[in-house]
Ligand binder design. Sequence first.
Ligand code: CMC
Length: 427
Amino acid sequence: MSKTATLEFDGKKYEFPVTVGTEDEIGVDIKKLRGEAGIITLDPGFKNTGSCESAITFLDGEKGILRYRGYAIEDLAEKADFLEVAYLLIFGELPNKQQLEKFTNDIKEQSHVDEEMKKILDGFPKSAHPMGVLSSLTSALIAFNPSSVDVSSEDDMYKAIVKILGKFPVLAAWTLRKKNSLPLNYGDEDLGYVENLHKMMFEKPNKTYNVDKAVIDALDKLLILHADHEQNCSTSTVRMVGSSHAGLFASLSAGISALWGPLHGGANQAVIEMLEGIKEDGGDTHKFMQKAKDKEDPFRLMGFGHRVYKNFDPRAKIIKKSADEVLGQLGVEDPVLDIAKGLEKEALEDDYFVKRKLYPNVDFYSGIIYRALGIPVDMFTVMFALGRLPGWIAQWREMRLRKEPIGRPRQIYIGENHRDFKPLGSR
Ligand code: CMC
């Protein structure tokens, strides 16, 4: 028997169907609420609103579970590589050998951008934040690839998807190279996706490129851990923009902007800046804990807390372990790692944090690894975007294939009631 939920308002009862997900999550389908009862639901920040049904990522914030298409994040981070995970997220199954080979080759075919794009990059000052540059360049790609704009057949979607997966690392690498005054280069199709990205970012014109395998493995793992996280701020943005049929690249460009903010992906930059600040201030973690708890003080412990995880963030667990390993393998000693561990220990024992279920999130330790890998601080969120790209694509594709309607929330108006217009002279 299908379940229903009953709402009572103004002495009348209304019944609404209930949707149960494959993990027994329950959603009350209130599509007809306004039509039948003349009322809407109010939920700023969408803290309790399901915007869609999705078969891509499952997370249970209470139990600290994260799965892509049913596979545990722990297994994927350990056993798969980034392109396999990208394929899994986008198309729903892990690829077999032939599928992976085709996917990889199709992406390689597209791993260049129009030379004219260099002129656009050239217009940015060196001081521009890489996230702003990346968002603009992603949007600019539309002009050079008009056939990828509003695609709806699966075949055209596939072409647009491999295009952006091929071109995005070039744009990210160029963003860094411009900052570092290095010539703009292209990748090497003999290399794997992540190594190629690394080479494009760091190759010097006067040196043979060489990289430690530990660096590529760590980067691959970080990208996998960031690859999707269901309906977060940037992903919801991608789905929202895509719902107007604005096209994949425009939707992604908007997603990059959403990710930039310090409460979302920008937290990885904010964390390292905070840890550095604590170090420079003498390393007194207790003082900063007090600041984080003081409601009069705008300071928040960056890298702590999560809208959904109310137990622990499984990605943070993997990254913390990885931070220790990577720094050990590369022989890097970073005093902020000790500060981070000290802060975590204090927070986990502190009443304020325990009561509010605030735990380290994915961004608490990721910056420490990025820094050990030689990635500049203001590129951290770009690394997040590179990882999140397949998730955004998968969510956009799902939204279009399910023919979801345009996203258009309602509101409760709290402004002035009707007023008579006052001419300028009498105001
Ligand atoms: N430091 C101090 N207090 C905090 C923190 C923090 N980092 N996070 C939440 N709180 C407090 C908050 O003040 C509130 O207290 P009270 O109930 O007394 O008013 C309570 O905890 C609930 O916080 P909230 O802001 O209502 O929770 P939210 O779900 O709206 O926000 C969050 C989630 C991630 C934006 C928030 O925890 C935060 O700002 N964290 C720091 C930024 C950060 O690390 N962001 C990265 C998130 S993970 C990467 C990603 O996917 O984006």
